[in-house]
Design a protein around this ligand. Structure first.
Ligand code: CMP
Length: 143
């Protein structure tokens, strides 16, 4: 079954949005198979955002994502990578439709509440950066 990596960013955690965000994906029908509250190290942040290394905002991005606890998660379900991106809305909350997470809760592109993998390759890479295979639960025996 398809899996994706989602992360409530420091702004979302600080504003008490973990429950609201988890509830949206649960109500949609996806399964939470791993989760942890953690402070990301500089090293992990640089690996996670490696594709943005040359961007002018890279330093700001790393400083922000390491500035406080994040809530890292793995979600499972059919087409979860693309659907989670739709539920999150556009990267810049100014362009994100109402009803999406960023459209409802975000204002600026830096503090945009949530991160989600953008492809199967990113999902595999990001899940591997944040979780060991033992930390990922299986619902297979229940279905
Ligand atoms: P995310 O999905 O976590 O992936 C990369 C992040 O870079 C993106 O969300 C934004 O929060 C951030 N980002 C994109 N553009 C800018 C920008 N111009 N200034 C600061 N952060 C940005």
């Amino acid at each position: 079954m398809e899996k994706t990596f989602l992360m409530v960013k420091p702004d979302g955690v600080q504003r008490g949005l973990i429950g609201e965000i988890v509830a949206r994906f649960e109500k949609k029908g996806y399964k939470l198979v791993a989760a942890k509250l953690m402070v990301i190290s500089q090293e992990l942040a640089e690996k996670h955002y490696a594709e943005h290394k040359e961007r002018p905002f890279f330093g700001e991005l790393v400083d922000f994502i390491t500035s406080g606890p994040v809530f890292a998660m793995v979600w499972e379900g059919e087409n979860v990578i693309a659907t989670a991106r739709q539920m999150m809305g556009k990267t810049n909350p100014a362009d994100a439709a109402p009803g999406t997470i960023r459209g409802d809760f975000g204002i600026t592109v830096g503090k945009n509440v949530i991160h989600g993998s953008d492809s199967p390759e990113s999902a595999e890479r990001e899940i591997g950066l944040f979780f060991s295979s033992e930390e990922i639960a299986s619902f297979d025996k229940l279905t």
